[in-house]
Design a protein around this ligand. Sequence first.
Ligand SMILES: Cc1cc2nc3c(=O)[nH]c(=O)nc-3n(C[C@H](O)[C@H](O)[C@H](O)COP(=O)(O)O)c2cc1C
Ligand SMILES: [Fe+2]
Ligand SMILES: [Fe+2]
Length: 407
Amino acid sequence: MARVYEAIPIAEGFYWVGAVDWGLRDFHGYATHRGTTYNSYLMTTPSGRNVVFDGVKEPFVDVMLSRIASVVDPASVDTVVSNHAEMDHSGGLPRLCAALSPSRILASQAGVKNLSMQLEGFSGVTAVGDGEVVDLGGEQAVFMETRMLHWPDSMFSYLPSRRILVSQDAFGMHLASAELFAHRVDRALLREEAGRYYANILMPYSRLVTALLSKVASAGLTLDVIAPDHGPVWVEGREPGPSFITGLYAEWAAQKPTRKAVVSFDTMWKSTETMALAIAEGLEAGGATSVVLPLHGSHRSDVAYELLEAGALLLGTPTINNNLFPTVADLVAYLRGLRRQNLVGAAFGSHGWSGEGVRQLSAAMAEMKIDLLHPGLSVQFRPDGSALSACRELGAATAARLAAGEA
Ligand SMILES: Cc1cc2nc3c(=O)[nH]c(=O)nc-3n(C[C@H](O)[C@H](O)[C@H](O)COP(=O)(O)O)c2cc1C
Ligand SMILES: [Fe+2]
Ligand SMILES: [Fe+2]
């Protein structure tokens, strides 16, 4: 194979051998506006028995093999570690392992089970336990289970002699970039894309994130490099480095309410939209900040991202055939799964005769444990002056509640 693709050195004997997916715009229902990367890592060892951490999405296996071949003979790869059995990392393993013929493939116990159910004709994976120390060609690795961050099989690999943490999806982001290192990427962009990733992938497991951060701190692990499976690599001594992303995770995992309100809705004839704009005016007048996301122009995952650092969610829907508007139902199903805690909010919307939309939306929001500030602000057809005043008042009352919560 022609060696078109080269490995990128990260530390002595540790290389990035992944792939950049510039054109990806949808990752299982999450809008990836800036593409992504599938990161894999090659560790060379003094014994010459080399190690690969994580695979790439199946169509990129040749790219990965080419990068490995730019450093070592692929046949020298003795161990493949699978930190996470989701298809963007594991889907390429059968073809990768067929090409490399490693003597062993390591995964967590749940990883072994999941791989056997996912990948036809793929076997021979050995389980490693939580905290298990394994000799990898003369280099030690410690495996740490990170169950439900974000799958049951997820684990970290820590290399004590190099102080490198291979963290699979954690601390990663969907960002295609020619720059591998976080300290060469714009800080605001890193914060935004890491936030999008956290909100859409890790938010439901925030309690586990908090527990994991204290486990890593109490284990006294020094992190010279955090090498995630998507996006840039974090290097200690450079800014932003590992503490930038672990600090953001600590903040996001706490899910503290802020004085920002997210107003999202859809509309057929603009009545619900008019209500949304009046609510946003009331929010601003009351000293809150607001983000208005009409669902005919915003993706569900953009709403999830805006909610990451918010305190209130106001959702609007017209009634259509005795139901919620479909895009609003889609958003509710998505946000219910992401389980953002500590929100106040309300439902609003316009209807013509029966008005089930707002009632169903209020019920769904109560089920999501959103503290409802209004039983459901519903108007028939076009909102008149007094209906719009009620909308402004709802915005102002929400702002007052956010201010009180912050005090
Ligand atoms: C296809 C269709 C179905 C509708 N079904 C209902 C309904 O079942 N119950 C109801 O109260 N209103 C229903 N409406 C009326 C709308 O809810 C009403 O026009 C409302 O003011 C639209 O709000 P919007 O301007 O925000 O789209 C329906 C309207 C359309 C176009
Ligand atoms: Fe994943
Ligand atoms: Fe992933």
